[in-house]
Design a protein around this ligand. Structure first.
Ligand code: G6P
Length: 613
């Protein structure tokens, strides 16, 4: 979490930084700040609230400057307020730092520095880091670049930092370990940011900084070295990211845009990989290690949040089609156990951002024990993508809304393709079934389009009826059980209504006690192998006067007689149903949140890319 932006060149740094921070607000939005060198003197502005609050605070003051740094914060140490906002400065207010990550040994450092006479204004770990750098520079009488290197070699934790200093007004120093950092390369100018979205407007040429690397950036030169002081050549690559993909395009919220984009984003996940008519399915990123996947004795899926729900659906894919046992692990739990991993075990790490700290740490742990890692990520060049041995991008395009929608359906698309391709190669599904699955998959974008066209208005109406509910229960079985979890998570995240997802049959072991006339129960009750059993569960809820909202397959004439509200979706193979049945749930949470006046794209306390533990 936290977004960082910096610029050095001939343009107005302040304008570029503020625009960039707005693009990165999904990473954190509790306070924001900028520091620019104005006639070689450092000017720092910080404000609690959004980037627009910072802009209002600065007002019309002209800040002509061609070098500067900026930050949008998601608080870790210290409450969100003006003082804890970044940038933070050294004792003399001559240099400033922006930081994304956590300095774990900050309290020891803070004590040592306080004993030496340093005074701190904020409660943040980041301020300690800039004082530590200052202290090293003054004691060793060395350059800032060297002081940063020496300081970072003693830091425990994660960081992406950029530093600007009055003493060297033509240089920015950036470094990373664990938190992302991209450098955009222009002609005699450089753009630095947590991801490429603030950069693509100006250049498509980027260099990704690796862990333990430090960049010394002047207008006309980019020098990279590592923490051991060994130089390396920047590897500059061209990225394919269009500006329109990161703008709202007429929608009121990014989340709504991203929900409606799904017919296209799901098709994009298949593009160039699948041709059902020809029976063609190729995943270019899974080659060298594909036999490891096919012959794995078990698969461990590592993920967090919505990606973990995609992992639960994938468990069913791999077990049903490939007959390989699967364990789906919360990355945060996995990394702190002593998990049993054997040489040759296979892990699939799923992450939209590719930067989630817990998932990344879980991968490193599994790798250290000899596991082969397959990454399923959205953000190209992200840390998880690079830490994986092989993998497949989901190609959903940038997802800005904090609540994940299109990434989930694209993750399912890619995981499904991996599973059936492996199953076909292993011989655990027959050619005819394989071909039929490819055809079904290719039809999904059209079916999602139908749901969006046919159910949006009805869901808006249902949302008006239930917008004041205090609790929701989501129930489903089989492939629709993870969808129930995802529906409940979406509602919690953006509308702040308490919601629980449960396997429908588990209802009788607890949640049934909650059901009364006030309790809306969302059943994902499409026609599949557990349909009859779910119908019985609906009756159990009705008998207790719960209000049933059911997602059913088109043409179902039984459930409409029982449920108060019914939303129809087209039929498909039951394994693919989550791609369709989740759409009404995304819309339901969106409309309820809007009606309740919640900030849909930036829900309180959340961040999109969780780069801290
Ligand atoms: C945060 C986001 C979720 C996301 C989760 C995992 O909690 O708000 O939407 O599902 O992180 O993120 P990842 O980028 O690893 O998929």
């Amino acid at each position: 979490m936290c977004g960082i932006v910096a610029y050095i060149g001939e343009r107005n740094a302040y304008e570029i930084i503020v625009k960039g921070l707005k693009r990165l607000e999904y990473r954190g939005y509790d306070s924001a700040g900028v520091a620019v060198l104005n006639d070689s003197s450092l000017r720092v502005f910080k404000k609690k609230g959004k980037v627009s609050d910072l802009e209002n605070f600065i007002g019309t003051e002209k800040l002509p400057s061609s070098i500067g740094i900026g930050h949008t914060r998601w608080a870790t140490h210290g409450e969100p307020n003006d003082i804890n906002a970044h940038p933070h400065t050294d004792s003399n207010n001559k240099m400033a730092i922006i930081h994304n990550g956590i300095i774990e040994n900050y309290s020891t450092l803070k004590k040592e520095l306080t004993n030496k006479g340093h005074q701190f204004r904020s409660e943040t770990d980041s301020e300690v880091l800039i004082h530590f750098i200052e202290d090293i520079r003054d004691n060793n009488q060395c350059s800032l670049e060297e002081a940063v290197r020496l300081a970072l070699s003693k830091i425990v934790g994660a960081y992406a930092i950029v530093i600007v200093s009055e003493d060297d007004p033509n240089t920015l120093i950036a470094a990373r370990k664990g938190s992302p950092l991209v450098i955009g390369v222009g002609k005699d100018e450089y753009f630095i940011a947590s991801d490429a979205t603030p950069i693509v407007e100006y250049t498509n040429e980027v260099a990704y900084l690796n862990d333990y690397e430090i960049a010394v950036i002047k207008r006309d030169k980019l020098k990279i070295k590592n923490i051991e002081d060994v130089d390396s050549n920047p590897y500059i690559q061209t990225i394919d990211l269009e500006l329109e993909a990161i703008e709202k395009g007429g929608y009121e919220h990014f989340m709504l845009k991203e929900i409606f984009e799904q017919p296209r984003s799901i098709a994009d996940s298949m593009r160039g990989r699948l041709n059902a008519e020809k029976g063609y399915l190729v995943l270019g990123g899974i080659r060298e290690y594909s036999h490891k996947l096919e012959n794995a004795e078990r698969i461990i899926i590592l993920a967090c949040g919505t990606s973990w729900h995609a992992g639960l659906v994938a468990e069913y894919f791999f077990e049903e089609f490939c007959r390989i046992p699967v364990e789906v692990e919360y990355a945060s739990e996995f990394r702190y156990r002593n998990p049993v991993i054997k040489e040759g075990d296979v892990c699939i790490a799923i992450s939209q951002s590719g930067e989630t700290a817990d998932t990344l740490a879980a991968i490193e742990l599994a790798k250290s024990k000899g596991a082969i890692i397959f990454g399923v990520c959205n953000v190209v060049g992200s840390s998880i993508a690079r830490a994986s041995h092989e993998g497949a991008y989901i190609h959903a395009g940038p997802e800005i809304g904090v609540a994940s929608t299109k990434a989930f359906t694209s993750q399912l698309t890619v995981l499904f393709m991996i599973a059936i391709k492996m199953a076909y190669n292993k011989g655990t599904i027959k050619e005819a079934k394989y071909r039929q699955m490819l055809v079904e998959l290719e039809q999904i974008p059209n079916k999602v389009q139908q749901v969006l066209e046919n159910s949006s208005e009805q869901i808006e109406l249902i949302s008006k009826i239930f917008m004041f509910a205090r609790n929701f229960l989501y129930l489903g079985r089989g492939y629709n059980f993870p969808v129930a979890l995802e529906g409940a998570l979406k509602l919690k995240e953006i509308s702040y209504i308490h919601a629980e997802g449960y396997p429908a049959a588990e209802m009788k072991h607890g949640p049934i006690a909650l059901i009364d006339v006030e309790m809306p129960v969302v059943f994902i009750a499409t026609k599949d192998s557990s349909y009859e059993k779910v119908v019985s569960n609906i009756q159990e809820v009705k008998a207790r006067k719960g209000k049933v909202i059911a997602i059913v397959t088109e043409g179902d004439d039984l459930i409409p007689k029982m449920a108060e509200y019914v939303i129809e979706v087209p039929s498909t193979n039951e394994a693919l149903m989550p791609l369709i049945s989740v759409i009404p749930l995304q819309l339901l949470s969106y409309h309820i949140a809007v009606l309740r006046g919640c900030n849909v794209d930036q829900p309180r306390n959340l961040a999109k890319s969780v780069t801290v533990e």
